[in-house]
Write a protein that binds this ligand. Structure first.
Ligand code: DX5
Ligand code: ZN
Length: 217
C-alpha cells in the first residue's frame, strides 16, 4: 500500500494546523515539508520556525525535503526542530559534505534520504543509497508545486528499484512532483512506495477523496 505524503507547500499557511488535521483524518501518513532557499532552487518557501510550529501541531511523520545550498550548515537545526526524516540533494554540496549531513542526521536519531534533480544521472546518487532510509526521485524540476509529471523519470525509479533489490537494501523510493490519481499508479508500478502530492491533495476541497484517489491502486 502506498504511503501518502501531502506537501504542505500547497496548503493554506494561514491555517496550517487545520489543513494538517484534515489530511491526517483523510488517511495520509506523512507530511512533506519543502525547504527552499532561493539559491538551490528559484523559490523561497519555509524553514526552521515553521517546522517547529508544525511539530507541536501534529504527530504525523515529518518528511523534510531540503532544497538548499550546503545543507550540512542547517542539518542539526532541522533535526532539532522536529524532522523525522531529512532528505538531501546530491547536487547541493560535495559528496563528502552530503555524507557528513546524512551521518549527522542519523546520529541525531533521524531517518535520512537522498534525492536528485531530473537532469542528474542516477549514478551520482547510488553511492549514498546504502546509508539512507529513503531515495526521492524528483518527477518535476524542484522549486514549485503544480507542475507536470515528468514521465521520463520513471526509468530512474525502475533502475533504482533494481539496484535496491540487487543490493539487498530496504530503503523506500519516494516520488515528488506532478503526482495525481493518473500518475500515482505509474510511479507505484515503477517501484515507488511514498507518493508526495501537493496540489492533488491540498488543492482539492475534499481531502478524504483526494487521498483515497491516490491510494486507489
Ligand atoms: C517541488 C516540491 C514538491 C511540490 C510538489 O519542488 O519538492 O514537493 O510541493 O507539488 P505537486 O504535487 O503539486 O507537484
Ligand atoms: Zn518536495
Amino acid at each position: 500500500m502506498a504511503v501518502i505524503a501531502p506537501s504542505v507547500l500547497s496548503a493554506d499557511f494561514a491555517k496550517l494546523a487545520l489543513e494538517v488535521e484534515e489530511v491526517k483524518a483523510a488517511g495520509a501518513e506523512w507530511l512533506h515539508f519543502d525547504v527552499m532557499d532561493g539559491m538551490f532552487v528559484p523559490n523561497i518557501s519555509m524553514g526552521i520556525p515553521v517546522l517547529k510550529s508544525l511539530r507541536k501541531a501534529t504527530d504525523m511523520f515529518l518528511d523534510v525535503h531540503l532544497m538548499i545550498e550546503k545543507p550540512l550548515r542547517y542539518t542539526r537545526q532541522f533535526c532539532q526542530a522536529g524532522a523525522d526524516l531529512v532528505c538531501f540533494h546530491v547536487e547541493s554540496d560535495t559528496r563528502e559534505n552530503i555524507a557528513a549531513a546524512i551521518a549527522l542526521a542519523r546520529q541525531l536519531g533521524k531517518k535520512t534520504g537522498v534525492t536528485l534533480k531530473p537532469g542528474t544521472p542516477l549514478e551520482e546518487l547510488l553511492p549514498f543509497v546504502k546509508d539512507v532510509d529513503l531515495v526521492l526521485v524528483m518527477t518535476v524540476e524542484p522549486g514549485f508545486g503544480g507542475q507536470k509529471f515528468m514521465e521520463d523519470q520513471l526509468d530512474k525509479v525502475r533502475r533504482l528499484r533494481e539496484y535496491i533489490c540487487g543490493q539487498g537494501l530496504g530503503c523506500y523510493i519516494e516520488v515528488d512532483g506532478g503526482i495525481d490519481e493518473n500518475t500515482a499508479p505509474l510511479a507505484l508500478e515503477a517501484g515507488a512506495k511514498v507518493l508526495v502530492a501537493g496540489s492533488a491533495v491540498f488543492g482539492k476541497a475534499d481531502r478524504a477523496a483526494a487521498v483515497a484517489a491516490l491510494k486507489a491502486k
